[in-house]
Design a protein around this ligand. Structure first.
Ligand code: ZN
Length: 162
């Protein structure tokens, strides 16, 4: 594996090898990729860990990497269980860190300080339960409130009839 060069450039976008058709072609810009060594930050059931492995196909034109997650999964040692990759560890913080997108979707870094775990969440998944993406208009929520009020009154009326 010594002939695999180490990656030392900016990385912002990560893709899973399982999600791309061709690891030789960048899914973002269609540029050529090259297999390189890097330090991959990955989530486990405990704290996040870092693994140096030749598991990334890095784009020559843009800050994108396709990651062989099977290789990382197989390389995990000790009592740790591989969950998902978070980003690339780099001495230069400007170049590495958690991915801004994963499989083409914007990410949010989620840190659980109680469990001491870290993982990447997809912004579009997060938006729904928290209601950031589709905040109901005032009119809509008023309608909903009115509907609840109507339902309550009709129950009262039913009770009175009996
Ligand atoms: Zn590219």
């Amino acid at each position: 594996m010594s002939d695999v060069p180490a990656h030392n450039d900016k990385v912002e976008h990560g893709y899973s090898l399982a999600k791309v058709v061709n690891s030789a072609k960048c899914p973002r810009c269609s540029g050529p990729t090259e297999l390189r060594y890097a330090e991959f930050i990955y989530a486990t059931q405990k704290s996040p860990r870092v693994m140096a492995a030749p598991a990334g196909y890095f784009c020559a034109r843009c800050p994108t990497v396709i990651i062989d997650e099977d290789l990382l999964r197989q390389g995990v040692t000790g009592n740790f269980v591989y969950h998902s990759v978070i980003g690339i560890e780099c001495e230069d913080k400007e170049k590495g860190g958690p991915f801004k997108t994963w499989n083409g979707r914007e990410t949010v870094v989620y840190i659980d300080e109680v469990e001491n775990t870290m993982r990447l969440l997809m912004k579009d998944e997060l938006a729904r339960p928290l209601g950031h993406a589709s905040t109901p208009s005032t009119q809509k929520s008023q309608k909903a409130a009115r509907r609840r009020e109507i339902a309550r009154q009709s129950r009262k009326q039913n009770r009175r009839k009996r």
